[in-house]
Design a protein around this ligand. Sequence first.
Ligand code: F6P
Length: 349
Amino acid sequence: MAKSKRVGIMTGGGDCPGLNAAIRAMAKTAFKMDYEVIGILNGWKGFIDDENKMLDSCNTSGIIDRGGTILCTSRFSPFQIEGGPQLIFDAFQKLGLEALVVLGGEGTLSVANRLYKMGLPVVGIPKTIDNDVKETDYAIGFQTAVQIATEALDRLRSTAESHHRVMLLEVMGRNTGWIATYAGMANGADAILIPEIPLNTERIEELCRMLKLRNQRGATSSIIVVAEGTQIEGKTVGRRSFDISKNEMTFGFGGIGNVLGEIIGEKTGMETRVSSLDYMQRGGTPVAYDRSLATAFGVKAAELVRDKRYGEMTALKRNTITSVALEKVADGIKTVNLNVYRIAEIFFG
Ligand code: F6P
């Protein structure tokens, strides 16, 4: 017999490890509450284009350890097109949904908040390797990215030591340095460069002096991690690539590692090599922490739907699963806690 209550679930923005664990947890909890669960495919774009599938205990099983999202995703926003929000409301009604659970980063959750303000019953779940969503200690995907970046830094140390080189790793994070800070701290990196502490000529000189000093002291290799959004003299390094949801070339981060690597090599006279983790840190198996966090967030999201607590997002605060108003999360980012950075900094040089 068809169930009378229906809830939708959707992933938007970049994929990350742990999304499937959250989809599984939310859906299976909702089944127990007697809901039908519709998976919206390809983010907001698929919602408008009527791309969706019924979730059941079969297609939500065996996915807790799978990277990416079984619902697929896009960077499309309904506010990009004329009448887009109304198309979302129409699709919502057509599917007979009671509420929509949105897994997203700052961009997707900001869209969710705007739609909520217009009357759409939404519940959010924070996900992004960048960990820049406000009002939650961690977002789904961050711990996996940190693990991958740490392992990469550990591997780079072999070559750094064998060849007496400076090895520089560029990691993602958009305008924040969460991945760089945590991975750099876990690796014991000799320098961590983050957008929260922009680079200028003076700081670069200081960095090079430190590297030369290490060399003189007999530490002939050094490890540096740089976050992609770190600016030099107020300028961001980026590259253009085609964005299908906007149908145009758009700017994305990437390349600061190479720029900095050249400067360091030239200024220090030390062999400097650069690697970039790029999308490698965003894919593959989620670590146990992300699976557990995603599971807890998925269960909480189903409970918020059941209790009609719309306009809220699941959150982790001081090791407690809770919820916060989406409004507090929208249109802003959470920058690195500099107390944590200062701990990592003790081991620089
Ligand atoms: O927000 C997640 C993230 O991986 C960022 O760290 C990175 O700058 C960006 O997405 C890359 O976006 P895209 O997948 O659109 O290239």
